[in-house]
Design a protein around this ligand. Structure first.
Ligand SMILES: [Zn+2]
Length: 590
């Protein structure tokens, strides 16, 4: 029996959806999509079937070809609505015809001005965590998986893509119908499509990029190493089971860095930086093809099972592709960010446990560094306790045994205690998973590149500004670690010095620029404000903006500026980004 999910009305014991045939007709002017969905259940269902829904305009529900009885009989601010299909008589197939709402949380409708080309609109879906129910009724829990086919009616000259295999296309009036097939079963949060002015460029036997024509060449160059990363990941985890690994380069308004939609990672174009320095993110999204997409967290309480092993794998792939020192610097930086997150949340906070307890809470509101970076350090501790060869064998067994399944923390722990009992004991695995805070010493990650940075910070603290020669050859990550170590504040004139030393105002590295803005605003260095506003107006990744808005809302000089800044650009951002910033402003009393 699938575990109970506190973020879904569904009851998988009634029967589960195993396959869906979709037809999608987007209306770009009205900002609505007509969904016609024909569902197949894993067995004949008698009586009731509960599905998750939210804000859908349902025109018809049929079961085995005849009108079905249905109602929306429960509502909840976090779960949305329960669609109750009643008095089913051994039903294997049912269909629903509906229109999405113009404010469906899963859809972002971008104006041409928000795209690289500036001429055509762009539409995409983002379902994680609980937004698939704003597109079509489903058992919207990561504990239920289904395969699907889809037809997507797309107005000329736009092109449709899905996180699925494209199997054909045909013409209908001034539209193209793109056909897709998803043969690997996915949880609902990995359903994804996009429509825009897109072209494809191949970069390897199994890899390629979809992007607007204006940036496709740049993107193909930036991510030319994806095939190497794919092979490195297979070396770690075993065969890649999703056939292709393509990227869709998203307009910068995308609220994430990347989203691991299977076969087709959605990646923020802010990471097309012209120097391949942002490609670590691909290592992360690619690793999700095993941890997250293949072995999936059963509920959002177990989110660390998606992100912890993936962040660990990211560091291992980086080690193969870019060397051990770069990987260790990344891990050291993540350990430091984790310590800061724990400090902010409070070392006793249940939010610092790996296993979360999110009943009654929106999973998006509980987003933090903990599932990623505490999960990374836990896997690192397990590797050290078991020894690398045994731990790598454990990882491959874990993936092979649990692939295409959704598991919770208890199932992970049972698997670990069975296969690596000594490492589970030596690391005190239960404490890592169920207790808040961090095991003593776990964040001590040796890194020679970080030590170089430490030395320069020490010199700076003793009154010596580093010269260009002193920091020559530093990577962006080192520059970012350096700026992070100067928090909470330095003299504003020193901000100006570092801005010019590292070329920060013109950097195309959003991680680095947002790190600098956080330090600058904490240090009352106002000159960077117009550059930050231009960045905020175009780039939607909320992880860039959260620390900066926390700084703006926390300093007397900038407090009055924070809310007006959000209000000026609210319309440009995804609801997730706006909500994340709203939470910061509200907490700060703004
Ligand atoms: Zn991730």
């Amino acid at each position: 029996m699938a575990p109970v999910d506190p973020h879904s009305f569904s009851d998988p014991t009634q029967g589960t959806i195993s396959h869906i045939e979709f037809r999608l007709e987007p209306d770009l002017a009205a900002r609505r999509v007509r969904f016609q969905a024909l569902y197949t259940l894993d067995r004949p269902v008698r009586g009731s079937l509960f599905l998750d829904a939210r804000g859908l305009d349902i025109a018809a529900v049929e079961a085995e070809g005849a009108p079905a009885q249905w109602s929306i009989d429960r509502e909840d601010p976090i779960l949305g609505q329960r669609l109750h299909l009643r008095e089913l008589q051994d039903v294997r197939r049912f269909s629903i015809d509906l229109m999405t709402s113009p404010d469906a949380a899963a859809l972002q409708w971008l104006d041409p001005a928000q795209t690289a080309g500036g001429i055509h609109p762009f539409l995409y879906s983002q379902c994680q965590s609980c937004s698939a129910r704003t597109l079509f009724p489903c058992q919207d829990t990561p504990g239920v998986r289904f395969t699907y086919e889809a037809e997507l009616l797309t107005p000329d000259p736009l092109v449709a893509v899905m996180a699925a295999a494209r199997v054909g296309q045909s013409r209908q009036g001034a539209n193209t119908i793109y056909r897709f097939h998803m043969p690997q079963p996915i949880p609902s949060y990995l359903f994804a499509f996009a429509i825009g002015n897109l072209v494809f460029q191949s970069i390897g036997p199994r890899t390629g990029v979809y992007a607007e024509p204006e940036i496709v060449n740049q993107a193909a160059w930036e991510f030319a190493e994806n095939e190497d990363k794919l092979r490195a990941a297979e070396g770690l985890f075993g065969p890649y089971l999703w056939d292709r690994y393509d990227l869709l380069i998203m307009p910068p308004a995308f609220p994430y860095g990347g989203m691991e939609n299977p076969r087709l990672t959605f990646l923020n174009s802010a990471y097309v930086q012209g120097d391949r320095s942002g490609t670590w993110l691909v290592a992360h999204e690619l690793a999700h093809a095993w941890t997250g997409n293949l072995v999936t967290n059963a509920t959002w309480n177990d989110f660390w099972l998606n992100e912890g092993p993936t962040t660990y794998a990211e560091s291992r792939i980086t080690e193969v592709v870019e060397g051990v020192e770069t990987a260790e610097l990344g891990t050291a930086g993540r350990a430091r960010r984790l310590l800061r997150a724990i400090e902010r949340l409070g070392a006793d906070s249940p939010m610092t446990c790996l296993k979360l307890s999110l009943a009654g809470k929106d999973p998006e509101e509980s987003y933090s560094d903990v599932p990623y970076n505490k999960g990374l350090l836990f896997f690192r501790a397990l590797e050290q306790a078991a020894g690398r060869p045994r731990f790598d064998a454990f990882l491959r067994d874990y993936i092979a045994a649990l692939r295409f399944r959704s598991i919770n923390s208890e199932q992970f722990l049972a698997f670990l205690e069975e296969r690596l009992p000594d490492a589970a004991r030596a690391t005190d695995a239960r404490r890592w998973i169920y207790e808040p805070g961090l095991v003593e010493g776990a964040a001590d990650v040796p890194s020679s590149l970080r030590d170089e940075v430490f030395a320069v910070v020490e010199e700076y603290r003793h009154g010596h500004l580093p010269t260009a020669e002193r920091v020559a050859g530093w990577t962006h990550v080192q520059q970012g670690v350096f700026l992070g170590l100067l928090l909470p504040s330095i003299p504003a004139s020193d901000c100006a010095y570092f801005e010019s030393l590292f070329g920060l105002r013109d950097t195309r590295d959003g991680d680095l620029f947002s790190r600098f803005c956080e330090l600058a605003f904490r240090s009352s260095y106002r000159d960077v404000l117009p550059a930050y506003e231009a960045f905020f107006a175009t780039v939607g990744r909320y992880a860039f903006h959260e620390p900066v808005f926390r700084a703006l809302a926390g300093e007397a000089w900038s407090r009055p500026l924070a809310r007006p800044l959000l209000e000026r650009w609210r319309h440009r951002h995804h609801a997730l980004t706006v909500a994340a910033i709203e939470r910061i402003l509200t907490q700060a009393g703004l």
